[in-house]
Design a protein around this ligand. Structure first.
Ligand code: BEZ
Length: 393
């Protein structure tokens, strides 16, 4: 006698098997590539910082054999054009159309604020490899938002502390009038005035304007002890050259947070010689970790890395820490977040951990430009944490 299973029971068992197969953990190698959305300023003033951040990220992935926690990485790129008014549409394309697993970006603070708003709603993991807008890890903080760079306040404050220690007493500031410039000036003022200095005048021009002449004339007329400046990328190149050409380099000392001279020295040439800055990185940090990073970067891209490359590299390290904790499964988002919060990142800048608001707690170095390099002269301030004002997590 042959037994045949009743059709209804066979269908039920097949369905049960299918469900069981679905709930088995998929071997990592069988999972689709992890989609990383890179949203940065690939054109305009911040094109170089953006390219360097992307290269740094990709270098770390390459060093792991092209995979993080066993997952292949697929990149989806969007040029944000440093335009905050387009940022919400751009980031929503990555989230909804491209279905990325994680967003890495941006460089520009105004763009970063709009992105943070969108990912707070969607819950998408976001790692910021540069944009320093204070609110990203302050009032707009969220469990799914991390930063591997700095807050604007941190970089300004460290420079202000270093400037006061050099016994400058009255300062003028000059920057672009947008979130990063304004917050860095605020940080500088906090650090400088706490050390006995006084900021007398703040000069600004719209981002990304580089017509500095009228403002340089004003500096020459006022003759402060010190000028603090924040410019970056192509804007920093032009500012430092114009400052020198106006004859100010030898008459009115100029300090900046290190963006003024990072990734820019070749183009600035002699005009940058002797400039003193403070930043969480320096070219000549003589540690095994930094030397290996610089060697690997130079071999891969035929150029030396800068602070942006280092921050992108660390964004990939942070993502790897999250993925390793979940065996490469990015849908276990909460477990990834726990691991990323607890991570100690073995960075080329020196190891760092995350503040409760997900911003690096890190040392800031005092640097001086010597023959085309940002040479570290000491520590401006150790283990500086952003206060994370307004963050509720
Ligand atoms: C910013 O917009 O946050 C920024 C851009 C370039 C360098 C540093 C900060």
């Amino acid at each position: 006698m042959t037994h045949s299973m009743p059709t209804s029971s066979f269908a039920a068992r097949a369905a049960a098997l299918a469900v069981a197969a679905l709930s088995l953990p998929m071997p990592v190698s069988a999972q689709a590539p992890l989609k990383v959305g890179l949203m940065m300023s690939y054109t305009g003033t911040f094109a170089s910082p953006s390219t360097m951040a992307e290269r740094g990220f990709q270098l770390f992935v390459q060093e792991q054999g092209g995979k993080l926690a066993g997952r292949e990485i697929q990149y989806v790129k969007v040029d944000d054009e440093s335009d905050p008014s387009k940022a919400t549409d751009n980031v929503n394309k990555l989230i909804r159309r491209d279905n990325v697993d994680i967003i890495v970006g941006p460089v520009h603070s105004g763009v970063g604020l709009a992105m943070a708003r969108a990912v707070r709603e969607s819950g998408t993991l976001m790692i910021v490899p540069n944009a320093g807008a204070d609110a990203i890890t302050g009032a707009m903080c969220a469990p799914n938002i991390f930063r591997t760079s700095f807050s604007n306040w941190q970089t300004g404050y460290a420079t202000g502390v270093a400037a006061a220690r050099k016994a400058y007493r009255n300062a003028m500031t000059i920057t672009w009038n947008y979130a990063a410039g304004n917050e860095m000036v605020k940080g500088f003022t906090n650090g400088f005035e706490a050390g006995g200095g006084k900021v007398n005048r703040n000069l600004t021009l719209p981002f990304p304007n580089v017509e500095f002449q009228a403002l340089l004339t004003e500096i020459a007329a006022q003759k402060p002890d010190l000028v603090f400046a924040f410019f970056a990328g192509a804007g920093a190149v032009k500012f430092v050259k114009d400052y020198d050409a106006a004859g100010l380099r030898r008459t009115v000392p100029l300090m900046g947070n290190g963006f003024l001279t990072d990734g820019t020295l070749q183009a600035q040439g002699e005009s940058a010689q002797g400039l003193v800055t403070a930043l969480h990185y320096g070219d000549v940090l003589d540690t095994a970790r930094n030397n290996a990073f610089r060697k690997g970067f130079a071999a891969a891209y035929k150029v030396d890395p800068d602070v942006y490359a280092m921050q992108g590299y660390d964004a990939a390290q942070l993502l790897a820490a999250g993925l390793l904790a979940t065996g490469g499964n990015a849908s276990r988002r909460d477990d990834m977040i726990v691991a990323m919060r607890k991570a100690t990142i073995d960075s080329p800048r020196g190891t760092f951990t995350m503040s409760p608001q997900h911003n690096p707690v890190q040392d800031f170095y005092l640097r001086e430009v010597e023959n085309g390099q940002n040479v570290v002269k000491g520590v401006a301030i150790k283990a500086l944490a952003d206060p994370g004002r307004g963050c509720r997590m």
